[in-house]
Ligand binder design. Structure first.
Ligand code: DGL
Length: 284
């Protein structure tokens, strides 16, 4: 992987530097959780754009502008890499961000597409995602590059993000909405369903109940963390030692409502998150 990126300025990169991760809100925490599990020595700076969520109903230009501001903010920490833990930003902005970046970046779409192409047996893959990700057709493009004779059935589920941001993870309302969205996918006999928005793994049990055991649910977070580890190893940037005690191993920033974010984050991440800081992302 490193060989494909000869323009990376290696002198800027430092093993002990943190990894930057961002999303429109809390969804990227599903990716952070995997990074913490798979490469526990790493420091992480997370940014959730809680003031401007959702991204999935916004235009490519807006999502690209927001993502650019966040990348500039994360770069103030001299991060060694940035994980775009948002499918919408990966679909709309990653290409542009990578071109302008001096450090390696990784999104969640390619890793998710790779897993789906690998696990499907009947070649019928469902994708649930935001309107933006579905409209970009980026998943069908990547999957069909990897595997011939595969059909991808896309379904935008715009209400899932606000439900998750409100913490309605197991709730009759979420159940009812999920049933309405998913019925058409059940009827067409898919054997694989990509959770193509990083918020969706948080309602996995609802999705599982509705889709049944016969459908493999693909959460791109696991594969993203695995590919991140490979990417860092490729640049010889993996942290070998845990950071010194007392250091700020994980830092969380948001653009609004830091307290609400902290209580949510603590409900899904086992590491005790004491605080998050609210910043003016428009200043970047
Ligand atoms: N979690 C994001 C994604 O993976 C964005 C959801 C949104 O803000 O609409 O697409």
């Amino acid at each position: 992987m490193a060989e494909n990126k000869p323009d990376i300025k290696r002198e800027l990169l430092n093993k002990d530097a943190p990894i930057g991760v961002f999303d429109s809100g809390v969804g990227g925490l599903t990716v952070v959780r995997e990074i913490m599990r798979q490469i526990p020595n790493e420091r992480i700076i997370y940014f959730g754009d809680t003031a401007r969520v959702p991204y999935g109903s916004k235009s490519r230009e807006t999502v690209t502008r927001f993502s650019g501001q966040i990348v500039r903010f994360l770069n103030t920490f001299q991060v060694k890499t940035i994980v775009v833990a948002c499918n919408t930003a990966s679909a709309y902005a990653l290409d542009v961000l990578e071109k302008e970046s001096d450090i390696p970046m990784i999104g969640v779409v390619k890793p998710g597409a790779r897993v789906a192409a690998e696990v499907t047996k009947n070649g019928r893959i469902g994708l649930i995602a935001t309107e933006a990700t579905v409209g970009s057709r980026i998943y069908p493009k990547y999957i069909q590059e990897l595997k011939k004779n595969v059909t991808i059935y896309q379904k935008a589920c715009p209400l899932f993000v606000p439900l998750v941001e409100e913490g309605l993870l197991e709730d009759p309302v979420t159940d009812e909405i999920a049933r309405r969205y998913l019925t058409e996918l059940i009827d067409i006999d898919i054997d694989t369903l990509i959770l193509g928005c990083t918020h969706y793994p948080l309602i996995r049990s609802t999705l599982r109940k509705i889709m049944g055991e016969g459908v493999t649910l693909v959460n791109p977070a696991y594969e993203t963390a695995r590919e991140l580890k490979e990417l860092l190893a490729g640049y010889d940037l993996l942290c070998e030692e845990p950071p010194a005690l007392g250091g700020n191993r994980y830092q969380f920033y948001v653009s609004d409502k830091a307290e609400k974010f902290v209580s949510f984050a603590n409900s899904i991440i086992k590491y005790g998150i004491l605080s998050a800081k609210s910043i003016h992302i428009d200043a970047y």
